[in-house]
Design a protein around this ligand. Structure first.
Ligand code: F6R
Length: 253
């Protein structure tokens, strides 16, 4: 059940574990696909969205008419580097969902503003999947990112580099810069789907949904969006204290 506050709708649904959350997120994406309202699909990378793409790949769905826009990309990695987001999207989205590589776009550090224009030229992003960082970042919009920011080059926080070091031989190998959709770019998507699992996200999730709206916690701005769905596992939702515009449904596995 969603509770609408004026023109805004924030729904948060809590599921027993990450797999149940992934199934629910995949259900939502499949419904949009079946309804013919998923022409442009925004994808995040990371541990929380990964099982969603895996779940989608188990279903007989066609993404052949869908244009995919990535949320962000590291700077300083060659595209063939296994941890470049182009390579991750190739492994997790392009191959398993049979999307043509020509339909997939990533932001380009050489022309960040061109990315916003390209998204606008496609009529905006119908559904943007997001993860959330432990420090509340969305995309690579780290704390302090202006709410009116557009796609641009950013410095990565030390805490983000430390969190992502698990994918690299050492923290020194984690890029220091990235190009990311800005907060305003993300808010321009028609619908947002935030996926978070695991206890290390509990603080950021509760701060985003129940805490003050502040640039110090970028995800707190998502409540401004007119259509945002949070899909959480129980651990990520553990610190939610409840809020007026949150409805909670227990999923089952
Ligand atoms: C990835 C991205 C990041 C991640 C966030 C959470 O494209 O934009 O904001 O969504 O760092 O990552 P995980 O889920 O790996 O903890």
């Amino acid at each position: 059940m969603a509770v609408a506050l004026s023109h805004r709708k924030t729904v948060s649904n809590v599921y027993s574990d990450a797999q149940a959350a992934a199934v629910a997120a995949a259900d939502m994406i499949e419904a949009r696909l079946e309804a013919g309202t998923l022409h442009t699909f925004g994808v995040a990378t990371g541990s929380s969205p990964s099982p969603v793409y895996r779940e989608l790949s188990r279903r007989a769905l066609s993404f052949s008419d869908v244009t995919v826009f990535a949320l962000d990309e590291y700077l300083g990695l060659v595209p063939e580097h296994p941890q470049s987001y182009r390579a991750v999207i190739e492994r997790e989205v392009i191959v398993p969902l049979a999307v043509s590589p020509h339909q997939v776009h990533l932001p380009d550090g050489a022309d960040p503003a061109g990315y916003d224009q390209m998204i606008a030229d496609h009529g905006g992003i119908d559904l943007q999947v997001l993860g959330i960082g432990r420090n509340g970042h969305v995309g690579f919009n780290e704390p302090g990112s202006p709410f009116d920011s557009r796609t641009r080059i950013v410095d990565l926080d030390d805490s983000t580099r430390a969190a992502n070091a698990r994918f690299f031989p050492s923290i020194d190998d984690v890029p220091r810069w990235a190009v990311t959709q800005g907060i305003a770019t993300i808010l321009a998507a028609h619908s947002l789907l935030v996926v978070a699992s695991g206890g290390e996200k509990a603080h950021a999730v509760s701060a985003a949904l129940d805490g003050p709206r502040t640039e110090r916690l970028p995800a707190s701005v998502l409540r401004d969006h007119r259509d945002v769905t949070w899909i959480l596992d129980r651990d990520a939702a553990a610190m939610l204290r409840g809020s007026a515009n949150k409805s909670t449904a227990e999923g089952t596995t």
